[in-house]
Design a protein around this ligand. Sequence first.
Ligand code: NAI
Length: 339
Amino acid sequence: AIRRASSSSTTSHIVRRSYASGSHPERKVAVLGAAGGIGQPLALLMKLNPLVSSLSLYDIAGTLGVAADVSHINTRSEVKGYTGEDQLGQALEGCDLVIIPAGVPRKPGMTRDDLFNINAGIVKGLAAAIAKYCPNALVNMISNPVNSTVPIAAEVFKKAETYDEKKLFGVTTLDVVRAKTFYAGKAGVHVADVNVPVVGGHAGVTILPLFSQATPAGSNLSDEEIKALTKRTQDGGTEVVEAKAGKGSATLSMAYAGAVFADACLKGLNGVPNIVECSYVQSTITDLPFFASKVRLGKNGVEEVLGLGNLSDFEKEGLENLKAELKSSIEKGIKFANS
Ligand code: NAI
């Protein structure tokens, strides 16, 4: 069996095969939206994760084929497919972790906020079911606009009196994945060694990569190069949306990022120390109620929201510039949840 050391820089090895099972506790993981562009490859990657004992695949349609297909892979977890709202309770019951990539993706010319009208309602309904059937589960929110869908879920959980701020995460890992890839290319360092925190939120200018804290340092990047890297990270999603020309947004890289973040959450639950990933969570490190930053994961979900560290002047300016948009996206989510 392969046991990886517990640092975020090793998470890219999660898809390595392992027959270990006895040594890991039972963990039930659900993917909601499992028949979608993200959901299918994410189901595959979660099936490869030896920390999962039961994999629950839910969608409004098309889940049974995906579940039958993935279930034939000879890894630890037992796979079950659930279709339609009347099976949602069964899909969720006993879950330790629920991953939500349900909802519509962007088309060229759309912002993530343009998805609000459809996805806000989907997320509200799924959050209500989580409150009812697995109120103690960690929730990994992928559905956009993440800046608003996380506050929506929080409000639904508050109303149901199940809210635990340590257990609700907006998945911003794809921003980190992109920042690492783009930085490695420019700085001329090995991509597998790279770490770059990305803070703020998950849309346009609210995505703030902190390249001043990137490791390894590599060749000295000019201010212009840092600016260009920042812009490319912020527009990474749009780059894919345009290349797919109407056929959706990032699905494969998102599934990878979602699997990395879910793996980190499971390791935290299992008591592996020093698991740190960036995520959009309830926060007091700025004056905004939700904010993405490094968080330490543990047995209860978020063990600690880590501070921003030293920022360059360019990053300080970026931080000030993102606050208004992030604040209004949060308020929009809260307002919708309570309407
Ligand atoms: P997709 O349209 O291919 O798949 C979405 C799936 O959700 C479909 O199978 C659909 O049947 C399902 N669905 C719709 N309503 C549902 C409900 N009430 N319950 C369960 N399932 C439901 O879309 P794709 O490409 O998989 O994207 C999904 C979401 O992920 C979008 O909102 C997209 O914007 C977001 N996304 C987030 C990223 C991030 O970094 N956080 C990156 C890329 C996409």
